[in-house]
Design a protein around this ligand. Structure first.
Ligand code: SAM
Length: 348
C-alpha cells in the first residue's frame, strides 16, 4: 500500500474493514519510523478544572451534570504539578480543562508566563476550549506555543447532533484558524464512534484536516458517561458504536491519519487505553507517537470524569512512568523526554 492509493473510496473501504489491517498498520508504522523513528514523546497532562460552561451532550463535565464534584486547581497547585513533572523528565505541560470562566486571560497568562519563565526548556500547551482571538494572542505572548482544540465534527449536521444550539461549528473552526494564524502549533481531532457518526462523516473530518493541516491530531473512541443526555438515553442512535467496532475503527483511522499526515504528532489516547488494555500499544503500532500521562493531583483525577471508567492510575499516571516505559518498549518503541516539537517537511 502506498499513499498514492489513499483516495477517499479506498479510505472508506479501509475504515469499513474490507482490506487487510496488517498492511495498513505496517505502512503507517513505516511512515512514522521514516520521520520520527521509534520515538514516543511524552506530554504531562494537568487537568486544571472540571468546571465547564458548555453542555456538550457526550461529556461528563458538562455544566448541567449535578452529580459531579467540581474542582479547579489554583496557580500553586498547577506549578506544583509542573515541578513534579519536570523532575520526572517531562518537557511539555498540557493545561487542559473545561471552559471555566474563572480562568480569565489575566489569570491564565500569569500562570503560562510563570511556567515559561521557570522552565524555558519546556513547551506549554493549552487545551481550554473556545476563546476570543485576543485571548489566544495574549496567551501566545505569555509563552503558550501549542493548543489542542478538537474540531469534534467537521459536518455541520453531526456537530449539531453532538452539541446544543448555543455552540457552533463555525466558532470552533474560527478558533482553530485564529490559533494557526497567531503561530500556535495546533491540534484538531474528534471522537470515533460517536452517536450519529457515519463513515462519511469521518471522510468529511479528513477533508477538513487536509485543509487545516494541523500539527497534532487527537482521536479516541467515544465512551459513554451515564450522567449525560447520550448516556441516559436508551435510543439506539444515542449509543454510538459497539466497543470492539470502536476500537478497530479508531486504530484504522489513526493509521490512515499517519499515512495522510506523516509529520503530525498523534497521541495514543487515554480513551484508547480505557476501551482496551492493549489499546495504547495498538495505537502506537498504528502510527501514534505521543503519550500524555496524567500529572494532575491524585484527588483531582477521578473528578475529571469526561467518560465513565477513565484510566488515571498505573501507566496512565506520570508517576507510573517506569511501567509506561516498559509497555512502550514491549510495543517496539522508545520514550524520549525532550520537548518533541513537530517536524516539518521543509525542516528535514
Ligand atoms: N474544553 C476543552 C475543549 O473543548 O477542547 C478541553 C476539554 S474537553 C473535555 C477535551 C476532549 O474530551 C473533547 O475535545 C472531547 O473530544 C473529549 N471527550 C469529551 N467527552 C468524551 C467522551 N464521552 N468520550 C470520549 N471523549 C470525550
Amino acid at each position: 500500500m502506498g499513499t498514492e492509493t489513499l483516495d477517499f473510496k479506498t479510505i472508506k473501504q479501509i475504515l469499513s474493514g474490507a482490506d487487510s489491517d496488517e498492511n495498513l498498520f505496517a505502512e503507517a508504522d513505516r511512515i512514522r519510523r521514516s520521520i520520527y523513528g521509534d520515538a514516543v514523546y511524552l506530554r504531562g497532562l494537568i487537568e486544571i478544572s472540571n468546571h465547564c460552561k458548555n453542555n456538550c451532550y457526550y461529556c461528563g463535565i458538562r455544566a448541567d451534570n449535578t452529580n459531579l464534584t467540581r474542582y479547579r486547581l489554583d496557580k500553586d497547585a498547577i506549578f506544583d504539578c509542573c515541578r513534579k513533572g519536570y523532575e520526572l523528565g517531562f518537557r511539555t505541560f498540557v493545561l487542559q480543562g473545561g471552559e471555566d470562566p474563572y480562568f480569565t486571560d489575566d489569570r491564565l497568562c500569569e500562570i503560562v508566563s510563570k511556567i515559561h519563565e521557570c522552565y524555558p526548556d519546556c513547551a506549554v500547551t493549552l487545551s481550554v476550549g473556545e476563546r476570543s482571538r485576543e485571548s489566544y494572542q495574549r496567551l501566545f505572548e505569555a509563552g503558550a506555543r501549542r493548543y489542542l482544540l478538537r474540531h469534534e465534527a467537521a459536518s455541520e449536521e453531526l456537530y449539531g447532533v453532538l452539541h446544543p444550539s448555543d455552540m457552533s461549528l463555525a466558532n470552533r473552526l474560527r478558533c482553530l484558524y485564529d490559533l494557526k494564524e497567531i503561530g500556535y502549533q495546533v491540534g484538531a481531532g474528534l471522537m470515533v464512534g460517536a452517536p450519529g457518526q457515519t463513515l462519511d462523516h469521518l471522510l468529511e473530518d479528513i477533508r477538513f484536516m487536509e485543509k487545516l493541516q494541523p500539527d497534532m491530531i487527537g482521536i479516541g473512541p467515544y465512551l459513554r458517561h451515564a450522567d449525560t443526555p447520550f448516556g441516559r438515553s436508551s435510543a439506539k442512535c444515542a449509543q454510538g458504536l459497539e466497543k470492539e467496532q470502536k476500537l478497530q475503527l479508531t486504530i484504522r483511522l489513526l493509521a490512515i491519519l499517519r499515512i495522510l499526515f506523516p509529520y503530525a504528532l498523534i497521541p495514543s489516547t487515554t480513551a484508547l487505553g480505557t476501551i482496551d488494555p492493549e489499546g495504547r500499544a495498538l495505537g502506537l503500532k498504528a502510527g501514534a507517537n505521543v503519550i500524555m500521562p496524567n500529572l494532575s493531583p491524585a484527588d483531582a483525577r477521578e473528578k475529571y470524569a469526561i467518560y465513565n471508567n477513565k484510566l488515571y492510575t498505573g501507566a496512565e499516571s506520570a508517576q507510573g512512568i517506569a511501567l509506561l516505559r516498559k509497555q512502550v518498549e514491549e510495543a517496539g518503541y522508545r520514550i524520549v523526554t525532550d520537548i518533541g516539537d513537530v517536524k516539518r517537511k521543509d525542516s528535514q
